[in-house]
Design a protein around this ligand. Structure first.
Ligand SMILES: C[S@@+](CC[C@H](N)C(=O)[O-])C[C@H]1O[C@@H](n2cnc3c(N)ncnc32)[C@H](O)[C@@H]1O
Length: 248
């Protein structure tokens, strides 16, 4: 089992501080908020800086799990962060002794698991924590959609950091068709006083059919496969693979 110890984007506070600027509230979080209607409890695995986690906690009991202390440090200080139970833990192995009405992994957190063994362990964690009527949802980029990988490579974005002001965020990436692993580097240049931060990481792309087998093997079943967070059905060239399911 690999660890996240070599993943500076989340572990290193000087890189984690850019996460919220580069990753804003979007249709993924709107989708999860709608799915959470009627749920009394939610578990956010790989919750990161906890923007969705804290929003879910406004009206229900919520636990956020992430192994990166630097991400959780940001999560704890956000408004409503005190309503969440934050757990520094690993989605592959954590056992909380509770069941939840909704389990989410957003921001493509499922793709940080680079081996089938790690993916299966994470799906087992979902199964172990779902209430009998509970539902799960997560997103993983579709290897059948070329656009995402091409868009990421060489992309430069001008962004505004809440404390540091204007920054330039850059992505470089290389996709290995044979393994489905995308190696990438995220760079952040603070324009004044001109500091540069960069970190490398890897994510795994998994075909839908393989994912479907692993989900089924974990004792879970999928009610709907979406191809984007706007709620369109999955098809071979969809941007995303988004299963919404429950215990089989
Ligand atoms: C791309 S971020 C997504 C964060 C958040 N879910 C969001 O939507 O913004 C991926 C997160 O997965 C976390 N992660 C990495 N390894 C993990 C593991 N073994 N178990 C749980 N989370 C993990 C990282 O620390 C990081 O916070």
């Amino acid at each position: 089992m690999s660890t996240i110890s070599d993943d500076p984007l989340y572990r290193d506070p000087s890189l984690a501080q850019f996460y919220d600027t580069a990753n804003r509230w979007g249709p993924d979080f709107d989708f999860c908020m709608r799915l959470a209607e009627g749920a009394n409890s939610a578990l956010d695995l790989g919750c990161g800086t906890g923007e969705l986690t804290a929003a879910l906690a406004a009206t229900r009991n919520v636990t956020g799990v992430d192994p990166a202390a630097a991400m959780l440090d940001i999560a704890r200080t956000r408004p409503a962060g005190d309503k969440v139970e934050w757990v520094e833990g690993d989605a592959r192995t954590v056992r909380l002794g509770k069941k939840y009405d909704l389990i989410v992994l957003t921001g493509h957190a499922f793709q940080v698991f680079l081996t089938e063994e790690d993916q299966r362990s994470t799906l087992a964690t979902i199964a172990a924590h779902l209430s009998p009527t509970g539902r799960f949802v997560f997103d993983t980029r579709n290897p059948g959609f070329r656009g995402e990988r091409d868009v990421r490579h060489g992309r430069v974005r001008q962004l505004e950091h809440a404390e540091l002001g204007a920054i330039e965020a850059s992505d470089k990436s290389h996709y290995d068709e044979a393994t489905g692993i995308l190696s990438y580097e995220n760079g952040y240049r603070v324009l004044s006083p001109g500091e540069h931060f960069a970190g490398r990481s890897k994510i795994l792309y998994t075909p839908r059919d393989k994912l479907a087998r692993m989900i089924s093997d974990a004792g879970l079943t999928v009610d709907a496969w979406y191809g984007d967070w706007e709620g369109n059905p999955f098809h071979a060239q969809s941007r995303e693979i988004i299963p919404v399911g429950r215990l089989a």
